[in-house]
Ligand binder design. Structure first.
Ligand SMILES: Cc1ncc(COP(=O)(O)O)c(C=O)c1O
Length: 426
């Protein structure tokens, strides 16, 4: 008889070839070091561009002291139980109020992970007659949230996609949904697109949402702490925070912690608190996080100087790589997406590039087909406040010698430029 586990002995599944080969270099690299601009990898000091420590709060002594103090008082177990049963404390409620104030919403609800928060928030609110309209480039947790929304007994809400950031396409989807509309409609988007670094057209989205009676959910994992006044995020930066119905943030990036939150009206927050299965049926966020997140939030809000340095590093890196001929994605967020041609033997050349960078102690993430079109590799780099000017200069140097040693052909052909544009349009 077929066995569910048969596939585990094959090279199927994500990165199957690497899994079977026992790879620890390209996939699942083991990095036993504190997160920061330099991290030891395989015995070598690497400049690290793969850590979302945007404003340099990882290892912040005040955040750490708050976590240590909370651990001494409550240990790591507290609170025991889900929020619904025995896991709510006044510290959780106070943090939720502080986050809501920062997001300029009435209240917020905490989750243990951003991923689970998006799933819990979206699935709790979606009924069988409802429709979720999702940007095609949206993060896996948004797509998974839309597809896991069951909408109650036996029902299945409709899930529709629109071309990335294409307001004409969004409008035509909204029009077609409204023709036979029986339930509510919610548009789901990221704020800053975490892989490509471009911003969602939140002005367009919110204006169409008003016109076609839809709600708007924004997952601003890469925008909170990074953009906007006091690090309020992408919607604040674009002047439409009031128009966002649910503003979602994670702590895993600029807050350099763990967890997430949905900030919204009190009524909707309470609905989520009672109905989001990913938190109703899971233990509450532990006290060392809850207490230290209050300090992290204050540092995020007061972090203009940190953000200034982050932008300096980002602009320097992007300009330097652009001058070498590399194609850089978007300038609107600090994320530096570097597009490089690889030709036909995509895997070999992409691996040669990644090996070159890692052998020269530059650690960044490489992305190839099927995430982006064939013929290209994209290096996703996260410049942070913690990087130094020297880190940036050394990285640009290595990209220069890589270009020359591996004979990377610039400028990109029209065909490849067309493919990059297609990433954003297909
Ligand atoms: C846009 C976006 N949303 C959600 C998440 C998941 O957040 P967390 O790591 O807190 O679960 C990520 C993390 O990669 C992300 O990039």
């Amino acid at each position: 008889m077929p066995d569910m586990f048969d596939k585990c002995a094959t090279d199927q599944g994500y990165f199957g070839r690497f899994r079977v080969a026992g790879d620890r270099f390209f996939t699942l690299p083991v990095i036993d070091d504190l997160p920061g601009p330099h991290m030891e990898f395989q015995g070598q000091d690497n400049i690290m561009w793969s850590v979302n420590n945007y404003i340099g709060l990882a290892n912040d002594p005040d955040i750490k002291a708050a976590a240590v103090e909370a651990t001494e008082k409550w240990s790591v177990s507290s609170p025991m139980g889900s929020r619904m049963m025995s896991g709510s404390t006044s510290e959780h409620l106070a943090l939720e109020k502080s986050l809501a104030e920062h997001a300029q919403k009435e209240d917020s609800f905490l989750f243990n992970y951003g991923y689970m928060g998006v799933i819990g928030t979206v699935t709790s609110l979606t009924g069988p007659d409802d429709t979720l309209i999702v940007d095609k480039l949206a993060h896996a947790c948004i797509v998974d949230a839309a597809f896991s929304a069951k909408g109650g007994q036996g029902g299945k809400p409709m899930v529709r996609f629109f071309r990335h950031n294409d307001m004409h396409d969004l409008e035509s989807v909204l029009k077609s949904v409204n023709k036979n509309r029986k339930g509510g409609v919610m548009i789901l988007s990221e704020g800053v697109y975490g892989m490509t670094g471009d911003l969602a057209d939140l002005k367009g989205i919110t204006s169409l949402a008003r016109q076609y009676d839809a709600r708007v959910f924004i997952d601003d994992a890469h925008g909170v702490g990074v953009l906007g006044e006091k690090g309020r995020g992408t919607a604040d930066h674009l002047g439409v925070q009031d128009e966002i119905d649910i503003y979602f943030g994670t702590f895993a990036k600029s807050f350099a912690s763990i967890g997430g939150y949905s900030a919204t009206s009190t009524q909707v927050r309470d609905w989520i608190a009672y109905n989001a299965r990913t938190q109703v049926f899971a233990k509450a966020l532990p006290m060392p996080y809850v207490k230290s997140l209050q300090i992290a939030l204050k540092k995020v809000a007061d972090g203009d100087d940190r953000r200034k340095v982050m932008w300096e590093r980002s602009n320097h890196l992007k300009d330097g790589l652009r001058n070498l001929g590399y194609h850089i994605g978007s300038g609107d967020s600090p994320i530096c997406a570097v597009f490089t041609p690889v030709g036909d033997n995509l895997e070999e050349v992409a691996m040669a590039m990644l090996t070159y960078l890692r052998k020269h102690n530059i650690f960044c993430t490489g992305v190839t087909w099927p995430v982006i079109p064939p013929g290209l590799v994209m290096f996703r780099m996260i410049p942070t406040t913690a990087h130094s000017e020297e880190d940036v200069a050394r990285t640009i140097d290595v990209f220069k010698t890589m270009r020359d040693d591996l004979k990377i052909q610039f400028p990109l052909s029209d065909d490849l430029m067309g493919k990059i544009t297609k990433i954003f349009r297909d």
